[in-house]
Design a protein. Structure first.
Ligand code: 3PG
Length: 202
């Protein structure tokens, strides 16, 4: 199973599963094709299950910390899995299950370990604290066969700069669906934020 991610990956935190469908539709209507539902709330798996039935979007799970979470998210309809960090045992679980997994890395050593284990699409997190695009360039120079998904602290006006790097597959962030907007059920606001993010791309 392999999923090629679109340029923008909203990282969403869902407190109420009832918001899942209108949120996914709002993101889709703003031009978003992939959504990362973080497993940070009790509602996350139900939300993921609901979002996975929405036409026009592909849904993955984020903040995957354990193999059990990976299996539960996959059973709920996740097409890809993202973790904030690198974990060799978790990588072995993903490899055995043949799951699409983007582990998180924050150092060259972690990137080397993930790559050596067969994972060459890596979340760079928290990228703005790590040095932003300069950090992406530094890693890409020594690991030319690795593809990156930077996330963490990126602003809407910075996404295009990241995406101008050939090694960047997708840029993750919460700005397309801020938690407070979702909590207020401001789905028109989510569509507007998504559309603005898409239109800011080259
Ligand atoms: C992530 O998991 O990638 C972060 O939660 C992204 O959120 P931010 O855009 O608010 O940093």
């Amino acid at each position: 199973m392999s999923v090629t991610l679109g340029p923008l990956l909203p990282v969403v935190v869902i407190d109420d599963a009832d918001t899942a469908r209108p949120l996914a539709e709002a993101l889709r209507d703003g031009g978003i094709r992939h959504i990362e539902v973080t497993l940070r709330t009790p509602a996350a798996l139900d939300a993921l299950r609901e979002m996975a039935t929405v036409d026009g979007v592909t849904v993955g799970a984020g903040t995957v910390l354990t193999g059990e979470q990976a299996d539960a998210a996959t059973a709920a309809g996740a097409s890809f899995l993202v973790s904030p960090g690198w974990d060799a045992a978790l990588g072995e679980h993903m490899r055995r299950r043949d799951l699409t997994w983007l582990p998180g890395v924050a150092t060259p050593s972690e990137a080397m370990a993930a790559r050596a284990a067969g994972f060459s699409r890596l979340k760079l997190f928290p990228v703005e604290l790590l040095g932003g695009v300069a950090f992406v360039d530094a890693l890409a120079a020594v690991l030319p066969d690795v593809v990156f998904a930077p996330s963490g602290g990126i602003r809407v006006d910075q996404a295009a700069d990241y995406l101008s790097r050939p090694c960047v597959e997708t840029v993750g962030g919460s700005w397309m669906a801020p938690r407070d907007l979702v909590a207020r059920r401001d789905f028109a606001g989510v569509t507007a934020a998504s559309r603005a993010a898409v239109e800011a791309l080259p």
